[in-house]
Design a protein around this ligand. Structure first.
Ligand SMILES: C[S@@+](CC[C@H](N)C(=O)[O-])C[C@H]1O[C@@H](n2cnc3c(N)ncnc32)[C@H](O)[C@@H]1O
Length: 244
């Protein structure tokens, strides 16, 4: 699928993303992802939110860190909804692999739940490096690539007593583009890559990896989704902190 088709898919599904997905209770995003990025960006003055969608992270950072945030996304529908909610951040329509900014104009960059949908990984990471100043911070949040391999998911084993539940991991090492029905009738484009691909691309673009974080599922997530109670130590997220 070409980038234009991907953008159109995000435009088409933007009503679902902004009206249904981001408005539901999401404790891992609210309790883990947002505070983690807020803490890493303490003291930041100018942040670029790559693939920022309707800007929920941009608005959080502006509010918590009192910094300037530029939310960049290729879907005008995602950005338009964000603008109507709050015109605090600047909303810029662009492909994140080709940013319309001069070199070194941001001190911090974040790509939150974006790379698993983006086609051009190395180009985008190189662009992040270009627009960041030399000691700038870059945070990447991913649905954990090992656990979110296509066709991974719960398997119920009724052959054992008591019946058991496993998390199946499929062909983790195979890089693949696929379209996934995330909810009935809602198809989104996904790019599966192993973790080494992300780390090696960051190194190739000149970033220094500072920290990896694989949080367990939060207490509140299990309250909202009780079916996850016995798989809470199977990570759903991978957060990477690097510097330029
Ligand atoms: C899962 S959403 C995440 C949105 C936001 N970062 C958040 O945390 O709510 C992924 C976003 O990435 C955007 N996106 C995907 N590929 C892109 C690209 N090549 N250039 C710009 N935006 C892109 C989509 O339009 C979508 O808004």
């Amino acid at each position: 699928m070409e980038d234009d088709d991907r953008r159109m898919l995000w435009d088409e599904n933007s009503g679902w993303w902004t009206g249904k997905y981001t408005t539901r209770e999401d404790p891992d995003y609210q309790d883990i992802v947002l505070p983690f990025i807020g803490d890493v960006f303490l003291g930041a003055e100018r942040v670029i939110d790559l693939g920022g969608g309707e800007g929920r992270l941009s608005r959080y950072l502006m509010d918590k860190n009192k910094c300037e945030v530029v939310c960049v996304d290729f879907s005008h529908r995602q950005l338009g909804t964000g603008y109507l909610k709050d015109f605090g951040p600047s909303y810029v329509q662009s492909d994140i692999a080709r940013l319309p900014f001069e070199a070194g104009v941001f001190d911090s960059a974040v790509a939150c739940l974006v790379f698993e949908h983006a086609l051009e990984l190395l180009e985008t990471i190189e662009e992040a490096s270009r627009v960041l100043r030399p000691d700038g911070k870059f945070v990447i949040v991913l649905n954990h690539p090992a656990m979110q391999t296509p066709e991974s998911g719960f398997v119920f084993d009724h052959e054992v007593d008591p019946p058991s539940k496993y998390w199946r991991i499929s062909d983790y090492l195979v890089e693949v583009s696929h379209s996934e029905e995330v909810e009935k009738g809602i198809f989104l484009p996904f790019e599966h890559r192993p973790i080494s691909k992300y780390i090696n691309s960051l190194i190739e673009a000149g970033f220094t990896i500072e920290r990896l974080y694989e949080p367990p599922i939060s207490d509140r997530y299990v309250e909202v989704n009780p079916e996850f109670s016995n798989v809470r130590y199977i990570p759903r997220l991978l957060l990477i902190v690097c510097s330029n």
